[in-house]
Write a protein of this length. Structure first.
Length: 555
């Protein structure tokens, strides 16, 4: 089999002499140009710890590609830090960046006819963005995650970025001193790597490992571990093996492998953002998947991962307990693993589960006989407030019913000010609207608001709903992705201060206690707000984006 049949389009024949001349200017030789060209799609950027170390790892990937007989060509794309932009207008760019990551990788890969691809990801949106691109280009390829940060330490306890966000609320409520506040800030993030709990980055790392598009055993290695360097070297060699066997993403990413990914998210108490991203990935390959499928899978999947934000442990603890092979083994034992699904390693996910090496006495991944909950960490609610559905993470949440008066805010900023001024009281239902994919635009995460509520001690006595979304670090009775969103004249646009809102988790209902005729009457007088952006990438996104119930895709 000719391994460089794609790149030969631009490297072979007399007519391609100008292209070869330009590539030789970069130091490539005739021998290099005769080998398969492997694109190394790097999301390195100097704006966050999550992706800061990816230059180091890309060099290891390139070494592996060369060792296996390929020619690596590295290129870069953008990334937005959710944690750094959180609570600002800049946060609206985060979900938009998923599309830009996917689009830019697709453009370079198509334009330069790479024979294979290795994508390096770090912060939240770079994981789904890279895999969406691999699915589009559909040449032999894999994604490898840069890995989690190690936890910080303070007073003998682990710290994550979640603790810093919650410290904002504690400081605002006078529960900690300024000195204690600064200590949390200074100790929480000790080095490079993505946020340490089962937040969005580690959730998607889990999903893509169990899906098989990432080599199992690689993603869970912490960012600064020497073992991560070897895993990246091996990934470089592995892509050449995929090329020799002509194994493409469409061979790996199937309905069954996506169900494995969803199960892994539910079993570990993962982020609600997984719903958006897996719906979007399924859309890329025209795989039928609906928001209701997440609830169907979650209701029959036990919650076994005792991971932050709802649990006690962080991603590096998960790795040291035995990692994703142990998780795959649990899924298999529970009868919740499609064991015959292939992975990029050449083994099926069931075979990988059989290689699990669980650390004796570990308490991170619980046995089937001792689940944290008998059902998974995700719940999909519907009702007169969310006809197309909304998403709730229930890991660590004990309340099944809640009812209270609405306190309505037209944007996240106003809600956060109300929280800081302690205007939210026990029993309230905070409603934040016009933060959806179109209305934001960009569907901001609300970790600043939700963490401040928890920090003030209201986490167990208030609820929140929004057409925006949440960080994976959010926990509590916090419902996101309410669809249709307010900017599309969804029922959330009709809610007024004081309206009673009811959450019924067993019944899968989210309702405002108003007659249908009253909701219809209020929406009849609704006027679409003026767009916040009229030019540039944000305006393009708002014009093209679908609802969150379809993954907020743009094509």
């Amino acid at each position: 089999m000719k391994l460089n049949k794609r790149s030969a389009t631009i490297t072979e024949g007399p007519s391609r002499a100008p292209a070869r001349a330009m590539m030789k200017a970069m130091g490539l030789t005739d021998e290099d140009l005769a080998k398969p060209m492997i694109g190394i799609a790097n999301t390195w950027i100097e704006t966050m710890p999550c992706n800061l170390h990816l230059r180091r790892l890309s060099e290891k990937v390139k070494e592996g590609v060369r060792k296996a007989g390929g020619t690596p060509i590295e290129f870069n794309t953008v990334a937005i830090s959710d944690g750094i932009t959180m609570g600002t207008e800049g946060m609206k760019t985060s979900l938009v960046s998923r599309e830009v990551v996917a689009d830019s990788i697709e453009l370079v890969a198509r334009g330069h006819y790479f024979d294979g691809l290795v994508a390096l990801s770090g912060c939240d949106k770079t994981l789904p963005g890279t895999v969406m691109a691999l699915a589009r280009v559909n040449v032999p390829s894999l994604m490898i995650y840069g890995g989690s940060i190690e936890p910080g330490r303070l007073d003998g306890k682990d710290l994550t970025i979640q603790d810093v966000f919650e410290a904002v609320g504690k400081f605002s409520a006078g529960k900690i001193t300024r000195e204690q506040f600064c200590q949390v800030e200074n100790k929480a993030c000790p080095n490079a790597g993505a946020c340490g709990g089962q937040f969005t980055a580690n959730t998607m790392s889990t999903a893509f490992s169990m899906m098989g598009i990432s080599p199992i055993g690689a993603n869970e290695i912490p960012a600064m571990s020497e073992a991560k360097d070897k895993a990246c070297f091996d990934a470089g060699k592995l892509v050449i093996e995929l090329l020799k066997k002509d194994v493409k993403p469409s061979d790996i990413i199937t309905r069954k492998s996506i169900e494995n990914a969803i199960t892994s998210v539910c079993m570990t108490g993962g982020s609600t953002n997984a719903v958006l991203h897996l719906l979007a990935l399924a859309h890329e390959l025209e795989i039928p998947l609906k928001i209701e499928d997440f609830d169907r899978i979650s209701v029959r999947t036990p919650l076994l991962g005792d991971l932050k934000p709802g649990g006690r442990y962080v991603a590096s603890d998960f790795y040291r307990a035995g990692g994703f092979r142990v998780l795959a083994q649990r899924m298999k034992e529970a009868g919740r693993l499609h064991a015959d699904c292939p992975t990029v390693t050449g083994k099926t996910i069931g075979q990988e589960a059989g290689l699990a090496r669980e650390v004796k006495g570990q308490k991170v991944i619980l046995p089937l006989s001792q689940p944290l909950k008998p059902t998974g960490g995700l719940v999909i609610l519907k009702g007169n407030l969310a006809p197309e559905g909304c998403v709730l993470k229930v890991a660590g949440e004990k309340r099944e019913f809640f009812e209270g008066p609405a306190k309505v805010f037209e944007c996240e900023d106003d809600a956060f000010e109300a929280v800081k001024k302690r205007k939210i009281k026990a029993g309230d239902v905070v409603v934040i609207r016009y933060e959806g994919p179109r209305g934001g635009p960009g569907m901001r995460e609300m970790l600043g608001v939700t963490a401040a509520l928890v920090g003030e001690g209201l986490g167990d006595s208030v609820a929140l709903l929004t057409d925006g979304r949440f960080s994976g670090a959010t926990h509590g009775l916090m419902v996101g992705h309410v669809s249709p969103e307010a900017a599309l004249r969804g029922p959330i646009a009709a809610v007024k201060n004081g309206d009673r809102i009811r959450f019924d988790l067993p019944g899968r209902k989210l309702e405002v206690l108003l007659p249908a005729s009253e909701i219809k009457r209020r929406l009849k007088s609704w006027k679409e707000p003026k767009p916040r952006y009229t030019k540039g990438v944000m305006a393009k996104y708002a014009a093209l984006v679908s609802t969150s119930s379809r993954g907020a895709v743009t094509c």
